[in-house]
Design a protein around this ligand. Sequence first.
Ligand code: DGL
Length: 280
Amino acid sequence: MDLTTGNVECAKAPIGVFDSGIGGLTVAREIMRQIPNESIVYFGDTARLPYGSKSKETVTRYSRQIVRFLKTHHVKTIVAACNTVSAYALEMLEQESDIPVIGVVKPGAKVAAATTRNKKIGVIATEATIGSGIYNRYIEELNHGVTIWEKACPLFVPLVEEGLLEDPVTDEIARRYLTELIDLDIDTLILGCTHYPLIRSTLGRIMGEGVTLVNPAYETARELKEMLAEKGLLNTEEPKLGSNRYQFYVSDTTEKFIRFANSIIKYGILSARQVNIEEY
Ligand code: DGL
C-alpha cells in the first residue's frame, strides 16, 4: 500500500492489530474507544501462545508471518499489541515494513517516565520482556536517574487465560510477586504485558493507592491516533450502521477466544475465523 499521499482511500483501510492471543484485545479495545471510526483486523496467535517464554528467533519468525497475513487485508498500519513482540521483534518489523508499525513498550515507558515522582519505577512483564531489558533502556533514555525494578510474573498469563480475574488464587500469587516491589517503595508500576490490565483491580489493591499503574494500551492507542493524524491516515468517515468494522482471526479454535473477546469488548455478537498462520 502506498501511504505517501495519505489519501482518503488509504485512510479507510483497516488497522492490523496482533498479539500472541487474547491479551492484545486490551489494546484493540482502547483503539475502538479512542478512534471509533477505524476498522480493525485482529490476529491472536492462540495456537502458539505463550510468546513470553519463547526465544527471540521464534517470536520474530511468528511476527513476520502475522505481518504477512495482516497485509493480505491491506491494513494501513500495524500495532504489535504484545510486549514480548515489541521487545524482541519490533525493530526488525519496522525496518522491513513499508507501512508504519508501532509497539506497546515505548508508549508505556514514556508515561511511566513522566509519571514517577520519586524516580522509582517497577515493571512487571513476561520473562522474555524482562530478560530483554527494553523497558529499562527506554525509561533510562527518557528520564535519567530513575531506578527501575523489573519482575517477571509468568503465572499471570495462564491465570488470565483461565478467566481467574478476581480470584483468591490470583490474589495470593500477585501478593507473592509484588511484595518485593512494595518494599522497594516504587510509586509507578508498568503493566508490561497485555494480559495484566485485565487483573488491574487486583494489582491496584495489592500495590496500594500510592502506586500509579501504567497501562501501555491506553497510551499506545493515543500515539496511534497521533501518528495516523500526522500522516493524514485518520479515518474521518463515520461507520455505516451495521457495518462489520472489526474482524478477528486466530490460529487455534475460535470458541474460547470468542467467549473471552465478548467479555472484554462489549461489542455484541463477535465472530472469529481460524487461519493456518504457518502458511504465511
Ligand atoms: N501478550 C504477551 C505480552 O504482552 C503475553 C502473553 C504471552 O506470553 O504470549 O507479552
